[in-house]
Design a protein around this ligand. Structure first.
Ligand SMILES: Nc1ncnc2c1ncn2[C@@H]1O[C@H](COP(=O)(O)OP(=O)(O)OP(=O)(O)O)[C@@H](O)[C@H]1O
Length: 698
């Protein structure tokens, strides 16, 4: 089934000078006024430019409306067994993250958290027909390297130590990913907690690399495994929710060499995305096979199915209406027009679970064999009474036919010579009926009838009855035998297919990843619980211990009350003690000093416009969200929580790193290894330095 890619334009409100635009609701057309002043010149080209969309979401459209209109149809498709992708494209600051993830405030949550709530409501509605299992994974692509954002180890280790996600192609061209964790989720809350953890890891990783979200692509994937209870058919479908990097031009980034390199990579992967789309459009126009350069970047490799493959794909073009961004806006609009011309070939990922199919066939075969046995017994009973008669030497002929019948009967059970099972219905029926006649003749004396007329009537009735019963039996026997042959032929084929089928991709990967995840989890909790020294010398035992205490809270976000105190009920006893210990050591108190504290104090004291300025500096953006004006209280709280939370975790990781280096230094001293001593001394010094550095950040 062909499915045209849907492209929505979402316009972001601005308080600054806006570009002139008009929306034609009926034809879904966005008209942009081109006449503008740039560098003192008036652009004299065509006055307006038109762009067509599936729909245009104007500046006043709410997050809930975007979710209902754009995401719900895709999610429903996924729950019916089709793949789906929603991706947001646009320049930095145009609202991609706001659309896909949302802002920090729950009221303005974006598509992913809304999808989480929605899918579990839907799954609940379908629970009589389907059994669903849902998995989540979250990946970041930065500088042509992909990282797992849901790996709990990444909470405490720097990005340089993370394993990169690896891609392997099988013979069929399917991509298999390793070093990415899949998490089973059975409710919206654990799903949202995972998302928050991923966003936290993303933010934390961004700091040391001097990177910000604009420069990486993020893909949140939900995998659905469903089994239809009645038919035992299964499907695996995927929903990708993608927040792309900013699409602005390299020249505009205006940074030094390193950053330019990053920017180049981002623009390269986006330009490969563009090339894929152009090639797909060419292919569609000319109808000729053409090379589609999916392999050129990680992004296009991952989105292969979403672009030109088996996937219902929706793009949201996030459009900044600011006059300053006019060129980027036009380029994003042009890109969206090319995407809008694409068509995907979608089909339901339904498949029969081979295990249950074999099981079902075997059950059916057993049922048929039981039935067959029953019929054979009935026919055998008749034949026995015949044999009694056949003992009479005068009935040689009949004895012969009885043997013939018996040999036919044996053939029903002879699996080797199935071709001979075909029975000659006509011939057998005649033979059997003649035997029934004789049998009746013999029995007539035994009939308790008053006279011959009655006897004849009775005999005829019996004869008719036997005749029809035997005919029915034979017909059924023949049907069963044919059916059995079909099943016998089918069973080895199915079993063979089952053996030769390569590892079932989605479910097996899921299972493997889950096993891996639980194994790691078990291992680390064993190590922490039994108090044994942690074996891996790359990881400090204390770091692991703290990491586990965090993760044992099932990714619950750290909760603070209005006085910025951690709510202890959310904290395990061990963590509380650790926390107190850290406080005594001076690590926790540190959060009360330094620029961060001053910033926070001034934040509280400043008047409303000053508060807005702080929010602006936090976003690195001019403040544009009118909704925030009425929600300062909420925003202030969020701001405080965010920094306190992030500070606490960073301090723990710093503390652990420092301890590790000090311990390693002692170890090197014990072993008289001067070189290592120097190395760890230097590292410990750097850690101390980093701590000071870090305080200054706030
Ligand atoms: N439709 C909107 N209504 C209100 N505020 C918005 C809207 N879209 C975006 N914003 C606000 O604009 C700011 C920038 O948006 P956002 O971070 O989503 O941009 P982005 O395109 O993801 O940028 P980047 O490429 O840097 O990640 C945020 O503060 C966000 O809350």
């Amino acid at each position: 089934m062909k499915s045209q890619l849907q492209v929505y334009a979402r316009l972001k409100p601005t308080d600054n000078a806006s570009i002139a635009y008009e929306i034609d609701k009926s034809s879904k057309r966005l008209t942009i006024g081109q006449k503008y002043i740039k560098g003192g010149f008036i652009n004299n080209m065509k006055e307006t430019m038109d762009f067509n969309f599936t729909d245009i979401l104007d500046i006043n459209v709410t997050q809930e409306q975007v979710f209902q209109q754009v995401a719900v149809p895709v999610v429903l498709n996924c729950l019916d067994g089709y793949n789906g992708t929603i991706f947001a494209y646009g320049q930095t600051g145009s609202g991609k993250t706001y659309t896909i993830n949302g802002s920090d405030s729950w009221a303005y949550r974006g598509i992913i958290p809304r999808v989480m709530t929605y899918i579990f409501d839907q799954i609940d509605e379908r629970k009589n027909d389907y059994e669903f299992t849902v998995y989540a994974s979250y990946m970041e692509i930065y500088n042509e390297k992909a990282y797992d954002l849901l790996n709990e180890d990444h909470l405490v280790s720097p990005i340089e130590q993370w394993n990169k996600v690896e891609f392997k192609r099988d013979n069929l061209g399917n991509i298999h990913l390793s070093n990415i964790s899949l998490h089973e989720i059975d409710d919206a809350k654990p799903g949202i907690d995972l998302l928050m953890m991923g966003n936290y890891i993303r933010k934390q990783a961004a700091t040391p690399m001097n990177q910000c979200s604009s420069r990486s692509h993020c893909i949140f994937t939900l995998t659905f495994e469903a089994r239809q209870i009645e038919t035992n058919t299964c499907f695996v479908s995927k929903l990708n929710l993608v927040d792309l990097a900013g699409s602005e031009r390299v020249s505009k980034t205006n940074h030094d060499g390193t950053l330019l390199n990053e920017a180049k990579n981002i623009n390269l992967s986006l330009s490969y995305l563009e090339q894929v789309i152009v090639a797909l459009n060419e292919k569609k126009k000319t109808g000729q096979r053409q090379h589609i350069p999916y392999r050129h970047s990680i992004l296009t490799t991952i989105l292969k199915d979403s672009l030109g493959g088996n996937c219902k794909t929706v793009m949201i073009a996030n459009i900044s209406t600011e006059l300053d961004n006019f060129e980027e806006t036009i380029s994003a609009l042009r890109f969206s027009q090319r995407v809008g011309q694409l068509e995907n070939e979608i089909h339901k990922n339904q498949k029969l679970d081979l295990n249950s199919m074999v099981e079902r066939l075997e059950q059916e075969k057993q049922q048929l064999l039981d039935e067959l046995q029953k019929y054979q017994k009935i026919v055998g009973d008749l034949k026995d009474s015949e044999n009694v008669k056949n003992i009479n030497p005068q009935n040689k002929n009949q004895k012969h036919s009885s043997q013939q019948y018996q040999s036919k009967q044996v053939l029903f059970n002879n699996e080797e010579s199935q071709e001979e099972i075909e029975i000659d219905e006509e011939q057998d029926l005649d033979q059997i009926l003649s035997k029934v006649d004789e049998y009746m003749q013999d029995k007539i004396d035994q009939l308790e009838v008053k006279n011959m007329v009655e006897a004849k009537l009775c005999f005829r009735a019996m004869k008719e009855y036997h005749k029809s019963t035997m005919a029915d039996y034979l017909k059924e026997l023949s049907d069963i035998s044919k059916k059995l042959q079909q099943y016998d032929a089918l069973l080895p084929q199915v079993s063979k297919k089952k053996e030769s089928t390569p590892q079932i991709k989605d479910s097996d990967i899921t299972q493997m990843a889950l096993n891996n995840f639980y194994l790691q989890k078990q291992q680390s909790s064993r190590q922490s619980l039994n108090g044994q020294p942690y074996q891996d010398e790359n990881v400090d035992p204390e770091t692991v211990q703290i990491g586990i205490q965090f993760t044992n809270q099932q990714h619950q976000p750290v909760v603070f009350n209005s006085h910025q105190q951690y709510i202890p009920s959310q904290m395990p006893q061990a963590t509380l003690e650790k926390n107190q210990q850290l406080s005594q050591d001076g690590y926790i108190q540190k959060q009360g000093i330094g620029n961060r504290k001053k910033k926070q104090q001034s934040f509280e004291q400043q008047n409303q416009s000053q508060q807005q300025q702080v929010l602006q500096s936090q976003n690195q953006q001019p403040y544009q969200d009118k909704n925030y004006a009425s929600n300062e209280e909420l925003e202030i709280n969020l701001y405080k929580q965010q920094h306190q939370n992030s500070l606490y975790r960073k301090q723990i990781s710093q503390h652990a790193l420092k301890n590790k280096n000090e311990n390693m230094q002692i170890y090197a001293q014990q072993n008289n290894n001067v070189h290592q001593q120097n190395h760890y001394q230097q590292a410990a010094r750097q850690d101390n330095y980093k701590n000071i550095d870090y305080e200054d950040d706030y």
